[in-house]
Write a protein that binds this ligand. Structure first.
Ligand code: G3I
Length: 311
């Protein structure tokens, strides 16, 4: 049962996000996660800030191992998040420019090798563009220019040849300046023969939704590049908290519409939510998920279920 079973009939995996504290302390969270989902992203535990918080020669594996092992033992495929991001631990900010390529490659190699064979897809590179399509001025960009992106994908492929290698970003769901920049980047990677498997649309959106036609058009142009597509971090922020009945209906409608367009695009292989219940979310004032804080199904759950039940 659960949404994962319905999603499987459409050829997609159905994912949520988890953090170690919820896995360890909340039986209802565990029950819901394993009943409804067959894919999970560790919310923070695989980030550089968590694994390598203090210095170059110290890796802290406790939380990361706990999440990876939980996924392995409970039939959940793993979406690794994330190898290269502009949000870095403070010690990285202090490194010399000439040191940073080695720092980046060491993190990728160490983490991806440790979990080799256990990760279905890696967010190799996360959020490198500004909303206007220009490159974000990160510690990696400062040191290597755009070349850090190529180097990251090559390094990840060497460390874990079987994992899908993904670029993940927000605000790129429709055709806009930022998604145009991502499109150009991917074409560039492909022209250079850089290993690249897929693009993830995070899909952090609001209850007013987005331009669904533009979302479908955008997916179509990326699919034409021969890559996989994913919705990786969907949540829908309501305007009220606790959300009114009208806002919950509007939220359900947005979930339905996004899933509907996803199911019409065969390149999409996963549909993932950035959470399970409103009990744990980065948007506690916006009730953005499909279960309420007491693990009751919200209208958004019924909307996804109904859409998955139709062909
Ligand atoms: O663990 C520390 C704790 O020890 C400390 O006392 C506390 C005080 O601030 O901070 C805790 O760390 C927080 C961490 O979440 C775990 O709760 C960080 O401050 C906080 O910044 C961090 O926020 C996460 C954020 O990414 C930044 O890494 C959110 O949980 C997480 O949902 C959010 O997820 C991002 C994706 O990675 C990328 N896409 C957007 C998405 C939403 O912003």
């Amino acid at each position: 049962g659960g949404l994962k079973t319905l999603a499987a009939t459409h050829g997609i995996t159905f994912g949520g996000v988890a953090k170690r504290s919820a896995i360890d302390n909340d039986a209802s969270f565990r029950t819901t996660l394993t009943r409804e989902f067959n894919l999970v992203t560790p919310e923070n535990e695989l980030k550089m800030k968590f694994i390598q918080p203090n210095r170059k020669d110290e890796f802290l594996w406790g939380d990361a191992d706990a999440l990876v092992n939980y996924a392995q033992n409970n039939g959940l495929a793993l979406h690794g998040h994330t190898l290269v991001w502009y949000k870095v631990p403070p010690w990285v900010d202090s490194t010399a420019l000439g040191e940073r390529e080695a720092v980046m490659k060491n993190f990728i190699t160490t983490v991806a090798t440790r979990y080799k064979g256990k990760v279905w897809a890696w967010d190799v590179v996360n959020e490198v563009f500004n909303d206007d399509g220009s490159y974000r001025n990160s510690v990696w960009y400062q040191a290597m220019g755009t070349g850090f992106i190529d180097k990251a994908f090559w390094t990840a492929r060497t460390a874990d040849p079987a994992a899908k290698l993904v670029y993940n970003d927000y605000g790129i769901e429709t055709v806009n300046a930022k998604s145009n920049a991502v499109y150009a980047m991917i074409k560039g990677l492909q022209a250079k023969g850089v290993p690249f498997d897929g693009l993830a649309f995070q899909m952090h959106i609001k209850q007013k939704g987005l331009d669904y036609q533009s979302f479908a058009d955008n997916m179509r142009r990326f699919a034409a590049l021969g890559i996989q597509l994913y919705v990786s971090e969907m949540d829908v922020a309501t305007d009220s908290h606790p959300a009114t009945a009208a806002d919950l209906t509007a939220q359900a409608d947005v979930y339905w519409n996004i899933l509907d367009r996803v199911l019409q695009q065969p390149a999409v292989k996963a549909f993932q939510l950035w959470g399970v219940s409103d009990k744990y979310t980065w948007l506690p004032e916006n009730d953005p998920l499909i279960f309420d804080a007491a693990y009751n199904e919200k209208p958004a759950y019924a909307a996804l279920e109904h859409r998955l039940q139709t062909g």
